[in-house]
Design a protein around this ligand. Structure first.
Ligand SMILES: [Fe+2]
Ligand SMILES: [Fe+2]
Length: 240
Protein backbone atom coordinates (compact mmCIF):
# COMPACT_ATOMS: atom_id res chain seq x y z
CA UNK A 1 0.00 0.00 0.00
CA UNK A 2 1.42 3.41 -0.88
CA UNK A 3 2.03 6.14 1.71
CA UNK A 4 -1.04 8.01 0.41
CA UNK A 5 -3.44 5.08 0.11
CA UNK A 6 -2.45 4.00 3.61
CA UNK A 7 -3.45 7.45 4.89
CA UNK A 8 -6.69 7.33 2.89
CA UNK A 9 -7.56 3.97 4.48
CA UNK A 10 -7.39 5.59 7.94
CA UNK A 11 -10.15 8.13 7.20
CA UNK A 12 -13.25 7.80 9.35
CA UNK A 13 -16.67 9.22 8.56
CA UNK A 14 -18.17 11.77 10.94
CA UNK A 15 -20.73 14.59 10.81
CA UNK A 16 -20.45 17.99 12.50
CA UNK A 17 -22.52 18.12 15.70
CA UNK A 18 -22.27 20.47 18.67
CA UNK A 19 -24.21 20.02 21.90
CA UNK A 20 -24.80 22.59 24.64
CA UNK A 21 -22.01 24.75 25.98
CA UNK A 22 -19.84 22.93 28.56
CA UNK A 23 -17.56 24.61 31.12
CA UNK A 24 -14.03 25.31 29.87
CA UNK A 25 -10.97 25.37 32.12
CA UNK A 26 -10.57 28.73 33.90
CA UNK A 27 -7.73 30.77 32.43
CA UNK A 28 -8.12 29.25 28.96
CA UNK A 29 -11.13 31.29 27.77
CA UNK A 30 -9.09 33.78 25.72
CA UNK A 31 -6.95 31.08 24.10
CA UNK A 32 -10.04 29.07 23.18
CA UNK A 33 -11.75 32.20 21.81
CA UNK A 34 -8.76 32.96 19.58
CA UNK A 35 -8.29 29.32 18.51
CA UNK A 36 -11.90 29.34 17.32
CA UNK A 37 -11.40 32.72 15.62
CA UNK A 38 -8.68 31.21 13.44
CA UNK A 39 -11.27 28.84 11.92
CA UNK A 40 -11.32 31.34 9.03
CA UNK A 41 -8.24 29.53 7.70
CA UNK A 42 -9.96 26.14 7.24
CA UNK A 43 -11.48 26.85 3.82
CA UNK A 44 -8.37 28.62 2.46
CA UNK A 45 -6.26 25.57 3.37
CA UNK A 46 -8.54 23.38 1.25
CA UNK A 47 -8.36 25.91 -1.58
CA UNK A 48 -4.56 26.16 -1.41
CA UNK A 49 -4.24 22.42 -1.81
CA UNK A 50 -6.37 22.55 -4.94
CA UNK A 51 -4.41 25.57 -6.25
CA UNK A 52 -1.46 23.27 -6.82
CA UNK A 53 -1.37 23.38 -10.63
CA UNK A 54 -2.13 20.47 -12.96
CA UNK A 55 1.48 20.35 -14.15
CA UNK A 56 2.68 19.89 -10.62
CA UNK A 57 -0.07 17.43 -9.71
CA UNK A 58 0.98 15.35 -12.73
CA UNK A 59 4.28 14.67 -10.93
CA UNK A 60 2.40 12.93 -8.12
CA UNK A 61 1.01 9.42 -8.03
CA UNK A 62 -2.81 9.14 -8.54
CA UNK A 63 -3.29 8.08 -4.88
CA UNK A 64 -1.83 11.40 -3.78
CA UNK A 65 -4.20 13.42 -5.96
CA UNK A 66 -7.24 11.48 -4.73
CA UNK A 67 -6.21 12.07 -1.14
CA UNK A 68 -5.63 15.80 -1.69
CA UNK A 69 -9.13 16.14 -3.16
CA UNK A 70 -10.71 14.22 -0.31
CA UNK A 71 -8.78 16.34 2.22
CA UNK A 72 -10.02 19.59 0.69
CA UNK A 73 -13.60 18.38 1.16
CA UNK A 74 -12.91 17.68 4.84
CA UNK A 75 -12.09 21.35 5.44
CA UNK A 76 -15.70 22.32 4.69
CA UNK A 77 -16.83 20.11 7.59
CA UNK A 78 -14.16 21.56 9.88
CA UNK A 79 -15.28 25.09 9.06
CA UNK A 80 -18.91 24.15 9.75
CA UNK A 81 -18.16 22.49 13.11
CA UNK A 82 -15.87 25.30 14.32
CA UNK A 83 -18.50 27.87 13.31
CA UNK A 84 -21.02 25.98 15.45
CA UNK A 85 -18.52 25.92 18.34
CA UNK A 86 -17.90 29.67 18.03
CA UNK A 87 -21.64 30.39 18.15
CA UNK A 88 -22.19 28.04 21.09
CA UNK A 89 -19.26 29.13 23.28
CA UNK A 90 -19.30 32.90 22.63
CA UNK A 91 -15.66 33.19 23.72
CA UNK A 92 -14.48 34.96 20.55
CA UNK A 93 -14.71 38.74 20.97
CA UNK A 94 -14.96 41.16 18.06
CA UNK A 95 -11.35 42.25 18.71
CA UNK A 96 -10.11 38.65 18.68
CA UNK A 97 -11.89 38.00 15.39
CA UNK A 98 -10.46 41.16 13.81
CA UNK A 99 -6.95 40.18 14.86
CA UNK A 100 -7.46 36.60 13.60
CA UNK A 101 -8.76 37.94 10.28
CA UNK A 102 -5.65 40.12 9.93
CA UNK A 103 -3.38 37.12 10.63
CA UNK A 104 -5.37 34.99 8.17
CA UNK A 105 -4.88 37.71 5.53
CA UNK A 106 -1.11 37.49 6.07
CA UNK A 107 -1.21 33.74 5.48
CA UNK A 108 -3.29 34.27 2.34
CA UNK A 109 -0.90 36.88 0.96
CA UNK A 110 2.31 35.09 1.89
CA UNK A 111 4.32 34.16 -1.24
CA UNK A 112 5.34 30.61 -0.22
CA UNK A 113 3.81 27.82 -2.32
CA UNK A 114 0.18 27.05 -1.33
CA UNK A 115 0.96 23.42 -0.44
CA UNK A 116 3.75 24.62 1.86
CA UNK A 117 1.43 27.06 3.60
CA UNK A 118 -1.09 24.24 4.05
CA UNK A 119 1.43 21.86 5.58
CA UNK A 120 2.96 24.48 7.90
CA UNK A 121 -0.49 25.53 9.15
CA UNK A 122 -1.70 21.98 9.64
CA UNK A 123 1.45 20.60 11.24
CA UNK A 124 2.35 23.44 13.54
CA UNK A 125 -0.75 25.63 14.09
CA UNK A 126 -3.76 23.33 13.82
CA UNK A 127 -1.89 20.73 15.90
CA UNK A 128 -1.57 23.42 18.56
CA UNK A 129 -5.21 24.51 18.31
CA UNK A 130 -6.66 20.99 18.48
CA UNK A 131 -4.77 19.87 21.62
CA UNK A 132 -5.70 23.20 23.28
CA UNK A 133 -9.39 22.60 22.57
CA UNK A 134 -9.12 19.04 23.81
CA UNK A 135 -7.08 19.87 26.89
CA UNK A 136 -9.01 22.91 28.11
CA UNK A 137 -12.32 22.96 26.25
CA UNK A 138 -14.51 20.55 28.24
CA UNK A 139 -16.45 17.66 26.74
CA UNK A 140 -18.11 19.49 23.84
CA UNK A 141 -14.96 21.04 22.38
CA UNK A 142 -13.00 17.88 23.15
CA UNK A 143 -15.35 15.87 20.95
CA UNK A 144 -15.16 18.46 18.17
CA UNK A 145 -11.36 18.51 18.30
CA UNK A 146 -11.26 14.70 18.27
CA UNK A 147 -13.25 14.55 15.03
CA UNK A 148 -11.21 17.26 13.33
CA UNK A 149 -7.93 15.71 14.57
CA UNK A 150 -8.88 12.42 12.96
CA UNK A 151 -8.79 14.22 9.58
CA UNK A 152 -5.86 16.52 10.27
CA UNK A 153 -3.67 13.62 11.36
CA UNK A 154 -4.05 12.50 7.74
CA UNK A 155 -3.84 15.93 6.07
CA UNK A 156 -0.70 17.05 7.90
CA UNK A 157 1.65 14.22 6.81
CA UNK A 158 0.04 14.15 3.34
CA UNK A 159 0.67 17.83 2.62
CA UNK A 160 4.12 17.67 4.15
CA UNK A 161 5.10 14.80 1.87
CA UNK A 162 3.53 16.35 -1.24
CA UNK A 163 5.48 19.58 -0.62
CA UNK A 164 8.68 17.55 -0.30
CA UNK A 165 7.99 15.56 -3.46
CA UNK A 166 7.39 18.76 -5.41
CA UNK A 167 10.61 20.21 -4.02
CA UNK A 168 9.20 22.99 -1.84
CA UNK A 169 10.01 24.02 1.69
CA UNK A 170 9.04 26.95 3.90
CA UNK A 171 10.80 30.31 3.98
CA UNK A 172 12.11 31.98 7.16
CA UNK A 173 9.32 34.55 6.89
CA UNK A 174 6.63 31.84 6.92
CA UNK A 175 8.31 30.34 9.98
CA UNK A 176 8.17 33.80 11.58
CA UNK A 177 4.46 34.13 10.71
CA UNK A 178 3.87 30.70 12.29
CA UNK A 179 5.58 31.89 15.47
CA UNK A 180 3.54 35.09 15.61
CA UNK A 181 0.34 33.12 14.99
CA UNK A 182 0.91 30.75 17.90
CA UNK A 183 1.84 33.71 20.15
CA UNK A 184 -1.46 35.35 19.22
CA UNK A 185 -3.37 32.18 20.13
CA UNK A 186 -1.99 31.56 23.61
CA UNK A 187 -0.62 34.90 24.78
CA UNK A 188 -2.93 35.16 27.83
CA UNK A 189 -3.23 31.44 28.57
CA UNK A 190 -2.99 30.99 32.33
CA UNK A 191 -4.55 27.64 33.19
CA UNK A 192 -3.55 24.94 35.71
CA UNK A 193 -0.76 22.49 34.89
CA UNK A 194 2.35 22.57 32.75
CA UNK A 195 0.32 22.99 29.56
CA UNK A 196 -1.41 26.04 30.99
CA UNK A 197 1.60 28.26 30.14
CA UNK A 198 2.10 29.94 26.75
CA UNK A 199 5.80 29.03 26.40
CA UNK A 200 5.03 25.29 26.17
CA UNK A 201 2.89 25.92 23.10
CA UNK A 202 5.44 28.27 21.45
CA UNK A 203 8.06 25.53 21.80
CA UNK A 204 5.68 22.74 20.73
CA UNK A 205 4.75 24.59 17.52
CA UNK A 206 8.41 25.11 16.64
CA UNK A 207 9.21 21.44 17.29
CA UNK A 208 6.23 20.24 15.28
CA UNK A 209 7.46 22.15 12.26
CA UNK A 210 11.19 21.57 12.55
CA UNK A 211 11.34 18.08 14.07
CA UNK A 212 7.94 16.61 13.16
CA UNK A 213 6.99 15.93 16.79
CA UNK A 214 6.61 17.82 20.06
CA UNK A 215 7.96 16.26 23.26
CA UNK A 216 6.17 19.05 25.18
CA UNK A 217 2.85 17.48 24.21
CA UNK A 218 3.76 13.91 25.22
CA UNK A 219 1.27 13.98 28.06
CA UNK A 220 -1.54 15.06 25.74
CA UNK A 221 -1.16 11.92 23.62
CA UNK A 222 -4.37 10.59 25.07
CA UNK A 223 -6.09 13.71 23.78
CA UNK A 224 -4.73 13.50 20.26
CA UNK A 225 -5.13 11.08 17.42
CA UNK A 226 -2.12 8.82 17.75
CA UNK A 227 -1.55 8.41 14.02
CA UNK A 228 0.23 11.73 13.82
CA UNK A 229 2.01 12.11 17.13
CA UNK A 230 3.10 8.54 17.49
CA UNK A 231 4.70 8.58 14.07
CA UNK A 232 8.39 8.17 14.55
CA UNK A 233 10.26 11.27 13.46
CA UNK A 234 12.20 9.14 10.98
CA UNK A 235 8.96 8.33 9.16
CA UNK A 236 8.24 11.97 8.49
CA UNK A 237 9.70 13.89 5.59
CA UNK A 238 12.75 15.83 6.72
CA UNK A 239 13.62 19.44 6.00
CA UNK A 240 16.99 21.02 6.38
FE1 LIG B 1 -9.08 21.49 8.79
FE1 LIG C 1 -6.63 20.01 6.99
Amino acid sequence: MSFYSNLMSKKRLWSPTMGDKQPVMPGSEGAIGRCLALRVLEIPVGNWVMETGDKELAKLEPDAIALLQSNAEDEIKHDCLLEMATDTYQLTTKEMQEEADAIAAEWLQHPDHPIVKAFVLENSIFFIILPILRRFGGQGLRNAAFDISSDESIHAPCNRKVAKELGYSFSPSLDELRDRTVRFLVRDLNAPGKLGRPQVWFDASENLLHKGFAPQLEETKAYIMPAFFESHAADLPQYS
